[in-house]
Design a protein around this ligand. Structure first.
Ligand SMILES: N=c1c2ncn([C@@H]3O[C@H](COP(=O)(O)OP(=O)(O)OP(=O)(O)O)[C@@H](O)[C@H]3O)c2ncn1[C@@H]1O[C@H](COP(=O)(O)O)[C@@H](O)[C@H]1O
Length: 210
């Protein structure tokens, strides 16, 4: 089904200014990138071009996101909520900058909150692993792995794989989840060590979806 067929323009409930809030979310890792407004015309253009068009309240004009900077948004899907007065736009952020201040997301990290802007847990953990790589600290286990290079990292992946296998053999659900978490973490370290982005793994998985 095409985007146009999926969203009946007249079913959307626009507010008194003729606007509906649209939340843009990354199609691969679920990061909430930004919130902006659409009117009927910008929504129509979004559906037609499969790129995000918003309504700029400050400029009072249609806003083709990224038209000048190249950071445009390819629209992968749009959903409307149960009372049709909010849109969730699933996008591929081309250029990887959604916020006008040059950040990936307009929703900034807040100290003490684990997951802001909301993203999946693997993405959050991978971010910390990459930070450890660029800013090593004494006490970090991840840094010890990086310092040991492939020998240490791959040995751990081998060990953790065997532990997953053994836990499955015992049909021990708690142990399976525990060991699988260890395996995923060490695999993320291997990705970072070899400069492979987690999003490339997600892209592979996404391309295999049927
Ligand atoms: N998710 C993990 C994670 N999962 C497992 N581990 C560590 O992986 C090791 C698992 O190996 P084992 O079970 O064999 O335990 P071990 O006996 O300590 O193993 P050896 O290293 O001594 O051989 C343990 O030391 C765990 O603490 C992890 N260490 C870190 N993370 C993440 O990485 C982030 C950064 O961690 P630091 O680098 O330590 O700051 C953390 O915030 C977490 O999100």
């Amino acid at each position: 089904m095409s985007l146009k067929q999926a969203i009946p323009l007249d079913k959307i409930r626009y507010n008194e200014q003729g606007l509906v809030p649209a939340i843009a979310q990354d199609y691969l890792d679920g990061t909430v990138l930004m919130m902006a407004w659409m009117n009927r015309e910008s929504l129509k253009k979004t559906l037609e071009t499969e790129q995000a068009w918003y309504w700029s309240r400050s400029r009072q004009e249609l806003w083709h996101k990224g038209a000048t900077s190249g950071h445009f948004q390819k629209v992968k899907g749009i959903r409307y909520d149960c009372d049709s007065d909010a849109l969730l736009v699933t996008i591929e952020q081309v250029g990887d900058i959604a916020c006008h201040t040059g950040e990936r997301s307009c929703f900034h990290q807040i100290e003490g909150q684990k997951s802001l802007p909301p993203a999946d847990t693997l993405t959050e953990v991978f971010k910390v692993i990459k930070q450890r790589k660029s800013n090593p600290t004494e006490e970090s286990y991840t840094c010890k792995l990086f310092a040991g290079g492939d020998n240490k990292i791959l040995k751990k992946i081998g060990e953790e794989s065997v532990e997953v296998v053994m836990a499955c053999k015992d049909d021990d659900q708690e142990a399976i989840a525990y060991e699988a978490a260890d395996l995923l973490y060490h695999t993320l370290v291997a990705l970072a060590h070899h400069n492979v982005d987690l999003r490339d793994v997600y892209r592979q998985l996404d391309s295999r979806r049927k």
